[in-house]
Ligand binder design. Structure first.
Ligand code: 57M
Length: 358
């Protein structure tokens, strides 16, 4: 809205010309979302606690009983801060912005229903995994169908490291992109089991994709770096900025020892949105590197379950996902978290280096 209100006045007041720049608006979107989440964090945490939206703790896992009753559904703070900041700073005529907001809110709605049913039914009984899965598929399919109809968007797949390997997936692109989004959403959800464990790597991944989105939306840079050029997608950098700010603001309260958990409303929407941003940036395969921590966590569950079945009851890890394994080995929670953050920063840097390795 600020963009629409102030930029037209730049003809009379040249200083307002800065509103034209994606970089300027992205930085202010970041700061706005950060300030909003830090300001509204404490009242929201008090409100969630008052409504008794506290976490039920399973008794079969590592010792998290001290965390019982910590308010959950803090992901609402992230979603609200991003939406407000994007409405203020982004060009609202840009359809990619609306599509990404649809994904953020749509995946958030699936998580919200899951969290709410868990809280209302007590004892952690939320949506069944297939109900959640159907919800995620519906939101992702709607977004990808709308995206494919954008004239500037192509269904080609850009393979990292190979600049001339760009097969066109045509209609197969729909299930592929849906899989990327749903997989990413569940990967972040599985990772969200220690204070700050999901939001730290999400912030690193968002920062990395903000740069990719900016490059992919700029014809000169995209041409120079040999990546796909998607006209108009650069505006989504503003949304990435807001997501970065809101993520850091949420981390303020979710840092160990956490005052609030994000809940499925946060983890499903963050993961789904990261998946969609990778689709917009035509870097779907690179998401496996950028979100490497989410991939390791998911792989640990697949390996654990597979090995358990094949070996007739033996376990590969003390408990999956991977963070539980380290907890049960006696590694302090804050050490696991910070080591996973270090890993996620390294993975994001590695992914950025592919811009030059092709
Ligand atoms: C949800 N939820 C956290 C919080 C957060 C297939 C199987 C691997 C599924 C997996 C599972 O259910 N994962 C998804 C994980 C929970 O956090 C809530 O959930 C939201 C995210 N969806 O925002 O609201 C607990 O995590 C802790 N937490 C923090 N700080 C945070 O900032 O400490 C969360 C956020 C919270 C809190 O204690 O209560 C969770 O872990 O439950 N299931 C599992 O992870 C289970 N693993 C398992 O059964 N492994 C088996 C097989 C199936 C692979 C095995 O290894 O043999 C374990 N989870 C728990 N206890 N809690 C089992 C034991």
């Amino acid at each position: 809205m600020l963009y629409h209100l102030l930029y037209p006045l730049s003809a009379d007041l040249s200083v307002l010309n800065v509103f034209r720049y994606i970089t300027f608006r992205s930085i202010y979107a970041l700061l706005t979302a950060l300030v909003l989440s830090i300001l509204f964090g404490p009242p929201m945490i008090r409100w969630l606690a008052k409504l008794k939206f506290g976490q039920y703790i399973q008794s079969d896992g590592p010792h998290h009983q001290a965390k019982a009753g910590t308010p959950t559904m803090g992901g609402l703070l992230i979603i609200i801060s991003v939406v407000v900041s994007v409405l203020l700073w982004a060009d609202l005529n840009n359809s990619y912005i609306w599509l990404t907001l649809l994904v953020l809110v749509g995946f958030g709605a699936v998580g919200f229903i899951d969290d709410l049913t868990k809280i209302l039914h007590k004892r952690n009984k939320g949506l069944t995994s297939s109900q959640k899965f159907i919800g995620q598929i519906l939101v992702a399919s709607a977004a990808i169908c709308l995206l494919i109809f954008e004239p500037a968007y192509s269904t080609k797949l850009y393979v990292p490291f190979f600049k001339s390997l760009t097969p066109d997936l045509h209609w197969f692109y729909l299930p592929f992109a849906v899989l990327v989004m749903v997989g990413s959403s569940n990967g972040v959800n599985l990772t969200d089991g220690l204070d700050g464990l999901a939001i730290g790597p999400s912030v690193a991944a968002t920062g990395c994709f903000a740069l990719f989105i900016y490059v992919v939306g700029n014809s000169t840079m995209a041409g120079y770096l040999n990546v796909a050029y998607v006209p108009g997608v650069g505006e989504v950098t503003v949304l990435c900025g807001a997501l970065l700010g809101a993520g850091l603001g949420f981390l303020w309260f979710n840092a160990y020892p956490a005052q609030v958990f994000m809940g499925d409303v946060g983890s499903l929407s963050l993961g789904g949105t990261l998946g969609f941003i990778s689709v917009l940036a035509k870097q779907e395969l690179l998401l496996a590197i950028v979100g490497g921590v989410f991939v390791f966590e998911t792989l640990s569950v697949i390996l654990q379950v597979g090995y358990f079945k094949m070996s007739g009851g033996k376990r590969m890890f003390r408990m999956a996902p991977l963070h539980h394994h380290f907890e049960l080995k006696g590694v302090p929670e804050s050490k696991i978290i910070i080591r996973f953050w270090i890993l996620s920063i390294l993975m994001a840097l590695m992914a950025l280096s592919t811009l030059k390795l092709r």
